[in-house]
Design a protein around this ligand. Structure first.
Ligand SMILES: [Zn+2]
Ligand SMILES: [Zn+2]
Length: 391
């Protein structure tokens, strides 16, 4: 057995365009498969990604072409595709299913090889209107989606579980088993406005493995949340073992935004933007139009008043990506990348003195305060991210 090593992974990255046509409508056109692979590896320092639109027909065609040219090579031992830049890639789908009592939720289905992804894509075409587009509604339920994924040796993930926009708990049901088979959920993604302490107030989640992924719709957002996994090698089989905490493989840490920075953390008034008083029928301004918050929904479904974390639960490290740091523009960012290689190195490995040599004492202190949690957070909601304030 090889020694276990740490690998940094973001398992939820969208694609804006493939073959010149839109894939994820809300995603940036510059977010192509190739740009994604380059940015994830060389700027962010990731080891493994799931391209969550990898089974969309245009993306799959580009992947086949890159494989034919040798830019992508299948990992015969364990699955996954290896880019020539060293990044391991899984091909995924984000699929929307209707909830049993209304609403709808997103799920992630990941595959380790092109044939399995293509076979899943062919099945999706029988239940979706347009298989070239991401995150489309499937004319089937999530139980079936889960079975179809596992029949093709894929991994099945509950996406952004608590968000009011297309999250299983946030938009559909109070119990996991009302929508999927909990014993065959490979992992649950916390989403940007939630963290482990929140999810561990829901007792039925004790056995689940949590993931923190970026759900990036543009290049800069890649790895704003990510996971550290302990694996023998960066392959699909090893990641599967880690999600089931087998043979020492595991998720060793989740890295994510403080939940209050998430843009759907609290319920907000759509008209005046003020925080919505819990249980109120209308806002103080008279408006009845609101955007439900993740935290407010969480208060409805939790059954522990305080988090009760099982012994297998890894730490959740709150981190503030460089893009949230006021005054840190593109020029300073480029100097940091030139000096330290990747954003991972800036956030985790560079010490304050080294940072100060590159960007000066003020910005260096802000980066250091942000990663040590010495900041004030202004809560997000209603589709607007929270803000970081420095003392
Ligand atoms: Zn989604
Ligand atoms: Zn209002």
């Amino acid at each position: 057995m090889n020694p276990l090593q740490t690998f940094y992974c973001d398992f939820h990255i969208h694609v804006g365009r493939a073959l010149g046509k839109p894939v994820k409508m809300a995603a940036a056109p510059s977010l192509t498969f190739e740009a994604l692979c380059a940015h994830a590896r060389t700027e962010k320092g990731l080891d493994i990604v799931t391209v969550i639109d990898g089974v969309c027909t245009g993306v799959l065609a580009e992947v086949r072409d890159l494989a034919a040219r040798g830019t992508l090579a299948p990992l015969a031992d364990g699955g996954g595709l290896r880019h020539e830049n060293g990044l391991t890639i899984f091909l995924g789908a984000e699929v929307e299913c209707a909830g049993p009592h209304g609403g709808a939720a997103h799920f992630g289905c990941w595959f380790g090889d092109i044939d399995a992804a293509a076979d899943f894509s062919a099945w999706l075409a029988t239940v979706q209107k347009n298989p070239s587009l991401s995150s489309q509604r499937a004319r089937t339920d999530a139980f079936d989606l889960q079975r179809q994924t596992h029949q093709r040796h894929g991994l099945f993930i509950v996406h952004h579980a608590f968000t009011p926009h297309k999250g299983l708990y946030g938009a559909c049901v109070r119990r996991l088993g009302d929508m999927v088979d909990p014993a065959h959920v490979d992992a649950l993604e916390l989403g940007l406005s939630a963290d482990t302490d929140m999810a561990d107030c829901v007792s039925e989640l004790a056995a689940q493995t949590f993931l923190s992924n970026s759900d990036a719709h543009s290049l800069p957002k890649i790895a704003r949340e990510y996971n550290a996994l302990m694996l023998e090698a960066p392959t699909f089989a090893e990641v599967g073992l880690a999600l089931w905490r087998t043979g020492g493989r595991r998720v060793a840490a989740n890295y994510g935004l403080p939940p209050s920075l998430g843009k759907y953390h609290r319920t907000y008034c759509l008209d005046c933007g003020r925080l919505w008083a819990a249980g109120a029928a209308a806002c103080a301004c008279g408006s009845q139009r609101k955007v439900n918050g993740v935290y407010d929904r969480f208060l409805e479904i939790r059954d522990h008043a305080f988090p009760v974390s099982p012994s297998h639960r890894p730490p959740y490290v709150h981190q503030i990506p460089l893009e949230f740091i006021p005054g840190l523009g593109p020029a300073a960012r480029q100097r940091l990348l030139a000096a330290f290689g990747t954003e991972m190195n800036v956030l985790h490995r560079a010490d304050a003195a080294a940072l100060a040599e590159v960007v000066g004492p003020t910005l260096a202190a802000r980066i250091d305060d942000a990663r040590a949690g010495r900041v004030l957070l202004q809560t997000g909601g209603g589709g607007i991210y929270g803000k970081v304030q420095f003392k």
